[in-house]
Design a protein around this ligand. Sequence first.
Ligand code: AMP
Length: 280
Amino acid sequence: MKIESTVNAVRNQVKEWRKSGLTVGFVPTMGYLHEGHASLIQAARENNDKVVVSIFVNPMQFGPTEDLASYPRDLEKDSALCASLGADLIFHPEPEEMYHEGFSSYVDMDVLTQELCGLSRPVHFRGVCTVVCKLFHIVAPDRAYFGQKDAQQLAVIRHMADDLNMDIEIVGCPIVREEDGLAKSSRNTYLSEDERRAALILSKSIFLGKELVEKGETSTEKIVDAMKERIASEPLARIDYVKAVDGRTMQQIQTVQKPMLVAIAVYIGSTRLIDNFIWE
Ligand code: AMP
């Protein structure tokens, strides 16, 4: 497995593979990899001749008061995991390689980014769309793999690929959870022991919401209220949002429908965590 830090090196390698008629699967990440990332790499491994993983903590998708500086990083451990999963290439650029001086072109999106994390993190999806678009141009994959854990991001990327005629299949992969239910996240590492216990309130409220839908509840207000009440029972938790939205447009809905996304963002102490379920 190779580790490259320049755009040109990745381009040259992918061109060589293409000349031999090989297909390329791509997994974009910010590193500090866990089993959630591993599931994407495995899915890419199963369906492509070559697998590229990018590890890049993208400054453009962090707001000024967010955790860019403290975001966890461990290239050595990440490389070992990627190699063990059979990845062929890691792209690990420095920010200067991705954003040269005078950089001023952006990919932005309306509608889908107006709710949920787009509301709480105003610059986030512009940063995500811009970097993913750049990475797609650099890696030129046949397929790209994203987790349902970041459900709005997955919807936004699908929409961007469609709007901008990107000839790349976007593959969504299910949420990988800890044994006790907490969705795996690089940010879980910020949690103290007490906070780790308190963080279970996210998956508990997600499972509660899902159960209500399965039992036939049709009012999204009732579902959201029940979930909020459950989260409020945890003193260390502070709700950012709990919302039910149309699974395609990400706009709020009053009545349960398919596809529906029920998504939450909750602060546990100062750590903001997200979780969701899809009804389709
Ligand atoms: P990140 O490194 O957090 O930017 O995530 C990179 C990719 O891994 C994104 O497509 C995420 O949705 C996906 N991912 C992160 N956590 C999980 C998880 N627990 N289950 C499945 N996919 C995940």
